[in-house]
Design a protein around this ligand. Structure first.
Ligand SMILES: Cc1cc2nc3c(=O)[nH]c(=O)nc-3n(C[C@H](O)[C@H](O)[C@H](O)COP(=O)(O)OP(=O)(O)OC[C@H]3O[C@@H](n4cnc5c(N)ncnc54)[C@H](O)[C@@H]3O)c2cc1C
Length: 410
């Protein structure tokens, strides 16, 4: 590092940002460190926003660090501040209100934003999206009143909102374009398990359809589906996926393709500018392709790697993707990344909702999900990392330890 104190700026004040800032100080960076976010809150974690925080079981906001952490570590926190442009030549940022700020190294952790549903009636009151703690508070108030809810989309966010709303006594209908909930990621075999879980808890599930329009006087009252159903609704939550927030990166001319393209060190096409978390489409050494992962663990772990890369250390982000979800009394963890598979093997009690599902391609485990079975996800990811063929019968047998399965195909 040069004798002149350097300025490192992190734009986007979420989990990836907070972990990057923490690591920079841990690694001894003693220059100026500025974290800028457009939300009014200091960095917080989002998973509770569709779970216990949404249900009002806790009112504590899920902050990543105590407030004092930032002053204790001389991290300047600029909240409610949007960065509108990057001028990479002179290394300057333009902030809302025409303020300018220079940087030596820049980390973009601008996250992702919910995709919007653009149909007639979309502007009516009572149609919600869930991304921020403020969104969760607004939806939580509706859920608390036990109102009739239509959830559009049955991905992770939609499924968790439906579960939380049912737990609070709302009547819930889910509308999904595919045949089953979570089908895009889990496929039909395990999607069916989640359909049963939601039905058992009283959710009405409408498959292979979508919203034609919303109707109501000022506030949503009905959802009309493309196949002609009319559903009464006191409120609606739309969870149809997110899009990476790349508008700022575009102003710098960074290479973008479904996120900011970064190498395995999380450095973008312009030296000195890095990206991490939901917004980063990163070259992954294990998969030998780019991956953009929209999950908590990815933000948690990429932030520190980006920080070390900013300091010039030789690092690579090579974690096998991992995420978790809680719906009703069903908790799960998923490890891996599977776009195609030729076999799904179950171990344990699928009907009893205590099992592991493995997705295999050419006899190798490419992904695994443990449902109400704990302390096995690391072993699952080891199996994936090994790339070794496994014996499917042994994989299905709860008595054969996962650690011993590598290379034991017959
Ligand atoms: C309701 C909900 C539940 C979830 N549950 C789970 C779960 O159970 N398991 C799991 O693995 N993952 C879960 N996730 C996903 C996980 O929370 C995200 O992957 C994670 O938040 C990504 O962190 P990030 O730091 O990359 O981005 P974000 O958390 O999105 O933070 C980015 C921040 O940057 C700000 N920003 C953007 N542009 C600018 C700009 N130009 N100027 C200033 N600030 C800007 C944004 O407003 C935002 O505050 C959930 C997400 C949500 C929304």
């Amino acid at each position: 590092m040069s004798a002149q104190p350097q300025t490192f700026v992190i734009v986007g004040a979420g989990l990836a940002a907070a972990k990057a800032a923490e690591t920079l100080r841990e690694e001894g960076f003693d220059g100026r460190l500025i974290l800028i976010g457009d939300e009014p809150e200091r960095p917080y974690e989002r998973p509770p926003l569709s779970k216990d925080y949404l249900r009002g079981e806790t009112t504590d906001k899920p902050y990543v660090h105590a407030e004092s952490f930032y002053s204790d570590h001389e991290i300047e926190l600029l909240l409610s501040t949007r960065v509108t442009a990057i001028d990479p030549g002179p290394r300057k940022l333009l902030l809302e209100g025409d303020r300018r700020l220079g940087y030596d190294r820049l980390l973009l952790t601008t996250g992702a934003a919910p995709r919007r549903l653009d149909v007639a009636g979309s502007e009516l009151d009572g149609i919600h999206y869930l991304r921020t703690v403020a969104d969760s508070g607004r939806i939580g108030e509706r859920i608390e009143r036990g109102q009739r809810l239509v959830v559009v989309g049955s991905g992770w966010i939609g499924a968790e909102i439906a579960a939380s709303a049912r737990q609070k006594g709302c009547e819930v209908t889910m509308i999904e374009m595919a045949s089953l909930p979570l089908e895009r990621v889990l496929g039909p075999e395990v999607g069916r398990v989640y359909l049963d879980i939601h039905r058992d808890h009283g959710v009405e599930f409408l498959s292979e359809t979508t919203v034609e329009r919303f109707e109501g006087e000022g506030s949503v009252e009905r959802v009309l589906t493309r196949d002609g159903a009319s559903l009464d609704a006191e409120f609606v939550v739309v969870g149809i996926g997110v899009a990476p927030r790349t508008a700022l990166a575009e102003t710098a001319g960074l290479r973008i393709d479904d996120g900011i393209l970064v190498d395995q060190r999380l450095e973008s096409s312009l030296p000195g500018i890095f990206a991490a978390g939901d917004v980063a489409n990163a070259q992954h050494p294990f998969y030998d392709r780019r991956l953009r992962v929209e999950h908590w663990a990815n933000a948690l772990n990429q932030g520190p790697v980006a920080a070390r890369a900013m300091l010039g250390q030789a690092v690579a982000y090579e974690e096998i993707p991992y995420f978790f979800s809680d719906q009703y009394e069903v908790g799960m963890e998923y490890g891996g990344f599977a776009t195609s598979w030729d076999e799904v093997v179950f171990r344990g009690e699928v009907a009893g909702r205590e099992f592991i599902a493995f997705w295999l391609e050419h006899g190798r485990v490419v992904a695994g999900m443990n449902v109400n079975v704990w302390d096995v996800n690391e072993a699952i990811r080891e199996l994936i990392r090994s790339r070794q063929p496994v014996d499917a019968r042994r994989l299905a047998n709860p008595d054969s330890a996962l650690e011993n399965l590598v290379g034991q195909r017959q």
